[in-house]
Design a protein around this ligand. Structure first.
Ligand SMILES: Nc1ncnc2c1ncn2[C@@H]1O[C@H](COP(=O)(O)OP(=O)(O)O)[C@@H](O)[C@H]1O
Ligand SMILES: CC(=O)N[C@@H](CCC(=O)OP(=O)(O)O)C(=O)O
Length: 299
């Protein structure tokens, strides 16, 4: 018997407890612009998402696209400026942000998932008023902080067999306002509103690292707060870990920060014993949202 076939059969067999555990689970996947890579990497990501749906999970994709916005702004001669990891967004910039995120990036992901045999539907926070925002900080201009979530549209899509693909652009409280929302923030707000079983934040580092460069594989919220306070977590990892803390407070069972450039990153996290990246989980026994069995070990 061919050794590869035996190994493949064993891998499938070993995945059984994970397939059982995650049956029906709601998993929000944030796909960052830096994690997107080339066409082949996009196709591989799409295959993972379709496989998750095929085995009975409910994957929801929420994407970024910062580098793609930077490219178009540069071609238009508009400078990109960030404050604490968020883009300073003028009225002119927000038009480009919406074009790139709700248009180019969203439809590229939708097409890749459909090519892999899934039924992806692209929406933004504007559709059905899914995400309503207020200005985050006057210094940032049209950057939104989600204040109201109308999440039924997402539930309707996944219960009808579709895969929602969400662009982080939202509507405001006043007429005709458009807000640019940080992709991590948007994914966290969606996961929180759904009380998701998992929020996977795909980025371009292996996870949260300690000062020696080693990835911390499991963390609880207090440890994350300590690492932010003493500077071990800095830069772009601050909004990411803050999103994780907020999502857990809102009832998300666990958040994983992992390297989206690794082939089959989502499958490695969900269907193997050791998972991938850094898992942040509440220690509060009252936080037991619907979904996974009470006694299931998280890794
Ligand atoms: N403790 C840490 N562990 C890992 N990355 C960290 C840490 N502190 C700061 N960082 C920085 O955070 C970056 C990830 O954030 P960011 O570049 O904003 O990701 P994305 O574009 O995927 O949203 C890493 O590339 C790294 O430079
Ligand atoms: C307010 C804000 O900063 N919005 C982000 C939205 C895209 C994003 O978050 O993209 P990544 O996940 O690829 O970084 C931006 O304009 O770049």
């Amino acid at each position: 018997m061919n050794r590869d076939w035996i190994a493949t059969a064993r891998t499938l067999s070993e995945a059984l407890p994970y397939l059982q555990r995650y049956s029906g689970a709601v998993v929000v996947v944030k796909f960052g612009g830096n994690a997107m890579g080339d066409e082949a990497a996009m196709a591989e990501f799409a295959r993972d998402i379709v496989l998750m749906k095929q085995v009975g999970m409910n994957p929801i994709v929420c994407h970024g696209g910062g580098p793609m916005i930077n490219d178009l702004l540069a071609r238009l001669g508009i400078e990109s400026r960030f404050v604490r990891g968020k883009r300073v967004t003028t009225k002119e910039t927000v038009e480009v942000v919406e074009m790139v995120l709700s248009g180019l990036v969203n439809k590229r992901i939708v097409q890749a998932i459909n090519d892999a045999g899934g039924r992806a539907v692209g929406i933004s926070g504007k559709d059905d008023d899914m995400m309503v925002c207020e200005a985050d900080d006057p210094e940032l201009g049209f950057v939104g902080r989600p204040v109201e979530m109308n999440i039924q549209i997402i539930r309707d899509l996944y219960t009808a067999g579709m895969i929602p693909v969400c662009a982080p652009v939202a509507t405001g409280m006043a007429d005709n306002e458009t807000f640019n929302v940080n992709g991590d923030t948007a994914a966290g707000a969606i996961a929180g509103a759904l009380r998701a079983d998992r929020l996977l934040l795909l980025t371009d580092v292996a996870g949260v690292k300690d000062p020696s460069g080693k990835v911390v594989t499991q963390m609880h919220p207090d440890q994350v707060r300590e690492m932010i306070a003493d500077g071990r977590i800095s830069g772009g990892m601050i909004p990411k870990t803050e999103t994780a803390l907020k999502a857990i407070e809102d009832g998300v069972r666990a958040v994983v920060i992992l390297d989206g450039r690794v082939p089959n990153a989502c499958l490695l996290e969900l269907f193997t014993e050791h998972g991938a990246g850094s898992l942040i989980r509440s220690t509060d026994p009252r936080v037991r949202p619907r979904g996974l069995p009470e006694d299931a070990a998280d890794r």
